[in-house]
Design a protein around this ligand. Structure first.
Ligand SMILES: CC(=O)SCCNC(=O)CCNC(=O)[C@H](O)C(C)(C)COP(=O)(O)OP(=O)(O)OC[C@H]1O[C@@H](n2cnc3c(N)ncnc32)[C@H](O)[C@@H]1OP(=O)(O)O
Ligand SMILES: CC(C)C(=O)C(=O)O
Ligand SMILES: [Mg+2]
Length: 566
């Protein structure tokens, strides 16, 4: 790799701190969130959102409880301008939602931006940006440090002149590429802006410090933010905001460390759409807080609705492994994880019963699931799925949740071998219904075509000492025998032994069958008998279904008989 072409961040920008407080800090409350999906996210789409998509996205963010939303770059396109006008002219934005509009430092574009917000009943933030880093100054803008400072201050003055008197308007400044800008230079510009805009605690100025292109490990960004936090003038009149991108895949970490370092506000996109590798994902950030016991102050209780809307509006599908929200992130395929999750669920239910606290309110400690999927509106249906990586725990979980069957441990081990063979052979996942069907094919052989032993019928005979009469056909010959037995299952066992079939019943478990995907065990069967038997030195398992426990038991014995005869 031609890695020599790149320089480490320390030789590109001075990292201003040698001692720092942020490593000892903790996240204890949610920051101010500002979704920028309708501006930064939107400008990164191959097909920017049409008005209907913008509106749907906006309504979603309002429903979720965001109180400050960047809605567009009104001087960039008619769609963006019209959307801001729509908000100004309708009650689409609740009165407690602040509308942010974005503009470069160019008077004509600032004028258009201020035009767009006229009559807006909501609080408004006008967000001015200009890149400040050396490469941008030299290569893009062709300005030296002083000239650029002048452009920014001129832009700030234009905004003040055109919108300063509007009582509902506040100001935001972003030194784009803050993370590659000399700390002293960017600090001076930021202080000049808060002075120009007369920042006060009552009308604070937002200073938003972007990692426009992520270039360093998150600790470097945290140092840069802490430096600003410590040195900014009028600190109590500044809302310190961060805006990480995700070029190194560490946008979330940058935002979290920046919050430790003194940031109060985070701009990003729900699920992290945005230029290149995206803006920081504010859904992940919020749910990270939730998973630490901190209320994110945004409602993610219907994550599927959020996913559907974001996917529709951006036309970008969410990855199946996307933190918290992907289709597979609450699913375990691997055996030991499934085993742990199943035990965790059982412990959770038990603790809820014992404590009288609702399962949805109880402390969460199910292994491998960082949060309860139910918190974000997911069911437990897909938590465990079975393939060749799975073990008995997962298989048992699916049969338990799908059909209400609890397999005895030795049968779990026996059946897991059959499932393993099946999944290894097919190379595919097996569903709950598929497991049940495999279980039936393996253990319920009462309807086998190899029908050389059949139970014709049985009845209880009266008298002082009741007995049970069993009629069988064995290899085409009918034979009837009477047995003093506690129940018909024991009698049938004795009858088959007398017929020369050496099946010894070692034990049996009766269970009720609950509806699975196909409604019940099959053919209206409501009872299941699981039976362990021995023939010679070999032990095995058989099962029988029926509309009653005795019927299921008799069928289980016949399954065992047939399993011993080829
Ligand atoms: C990191 C970010 O996300 S920043 C936001 C980026 N978003 C967008 O660019 C989306 C919307 N942008 C647009 O629609 C257009 O770029 C417009 C309407 C703003 C401007 O369009 P145009 O006038 O055609 O200019 P163009 O797109 O080529 O922009 C480059 C010009 O803007 C200047 N410029 C770039 N940023 C800024 C800024 N913040 N303030 C002032 N001027 C700037 C450049 O120096 C360049 O000027 P030059 O033409 O004199 O060399
Ligand atoms: C806040 C602006 C300038 C931005 O989107 C960025 O720097 O990434
Ligand atoms: Mg950005």
């Amino acid at each position: 790799m031609p890695s020599h072409r790149y320089r480490d961040v320390y030789s590109r920008v001075q990292v201003p701190l040698t001692d720092r407080d942020w490593p000892g800090k903790r996240l204890t409350h949610a920051p101010l969130w500002v979704p920028v999906d309708l501006r930064d996210g939107n400008q990164a789409l191959a097909e920017p959102m049409d008005p209907e998509r913008k509106r749907r996205f906006f309504e979603l963010m309002v429903r979720m409880g965001y109180k400050e939303i960047e809605v567009g770059y009104p001087s960039a396109s008619q769609t963006d301008y019209d959307f801001v006008r729509l908000l100004a002219g309708t009650g689409l934005a609740p009165e407690d939602v602040t509308i942010v509009v974005f503009t470069p430092a160019r008077r004509d574009l600032i004028e258009r931006t201020v035009d767009s917000i006229r009559g807006m009943p909501n609080p408004v933030v006008i967000h001015l940006y200009t890149a400040t880093a050396p490469t941008w100054r030299d290569v893009v803008l062709g300005k030296d440090r002083d000239e650029l400072r002048q452009i920014i201050l001129d832009g700030g003055r234009d905004i003040l002149e055109l919108a300063g008197a509007l009582p509902n308007v506040r100001f935001e400044f972003s030194p784009e590429v803050f993370n590659l800008t000399e700390p002293g230079y960017v600090l001076d510009i930021c202080d000049s802006m808060t002075e120009l805009w007369l920042a006060t605690p009552e009308r604070p100025v937002i200073l938003n410090l972007p990692a426009t292109v992520e270039v360093a490990t998150p600790n470097v960004y945290a140092d840069q933010i802490e430096y600003m936090h410590r040195h900014l003038d009028r600190r109590d009149s500044v809302i310190l905001s961060v805006h990480p991108h995700n070029d190194r895949g560490t946008g979330v970490a940058c935002a979290e460390l920046a919050l430790l370092a003194g940031a109060q506000r985070v701009e990003g996109c729900i699920f992290g759409n945005g230029e290149r590798t995206g803006n920081v994902d504010i859904a992940t950030l919020a749910l990270n807080l939730h998973a630490q016991g901190v209320d994110p102050m945004v409602d993610f209780s219907d994550i599927d609705e959020i996913c559907r809307t974001v996917e529709y509006c951006t036309r970008i599908p969410l990855h199946e492994r996307h933190p918290y929200a992907g289709d597979l992130v609450h699913t375990a395929f691997s055996g030991t994880h499934q085993d742990a999750i199943r035990k965790g669920f059982a412990e959770h239910r038990r603790r809820a019963e014992e404590s009288g606290v609702a399962e949805s309110e109880l402390d969460w400690r199910v292994p491998y699931l960082p949060i309860d999927p139910a918190d974000i509106g997911r069911t437990y249906d897909a938590v465990i799925r079975v393939n060749s990586q799975s073990g008995k725990g997962g298989i048992v979980h699916l049969l338990e949740t799908g059909y209400g069957i609890t397999l005895p441990r030795r049968l779990q081990i026996d059946f897991a071998r059959h499932v393993q063979h099946h999944t290894d052979t097919t190379g595919t996942e097996v569903t709950t219904a598929g497991l049940w069907s495999l279980f039936r094919r393996t253990y319920l052989t009462e309807r086998s075509t190899v029908d050389n032993v059949r139970l014709v019928g049985w009845e209880t005979t009266g008298g002082d000492t009741p007995a049970i009469r069993i009629t069988l056909t064995v290899d085409g010959h009918e034979r009837t025998s009477t047995h003093r037995a506690a129940d018909p299952i024991e009698a049938l066992g004795a009858a088959v032994n007398e017929a020369g079939i050496p099946v010894e019943i070692l034990g049996l478990v009766q269970q009720s069958l609950r509806g699975g995907d196909d409604g019940d065990g099959g053919d209206g069967e409501r009872a299941l008998c699981l039976l362990e038997y021995r023939t010679g030195t070999v032990t095995g398992w058989a099962a029988g279904c029926g509309d009653s426990a005795p019927a299921a038991g008799m069928n289980a014995v016949m399954s065992a008989v047939r399993r011993t005869r080829p």
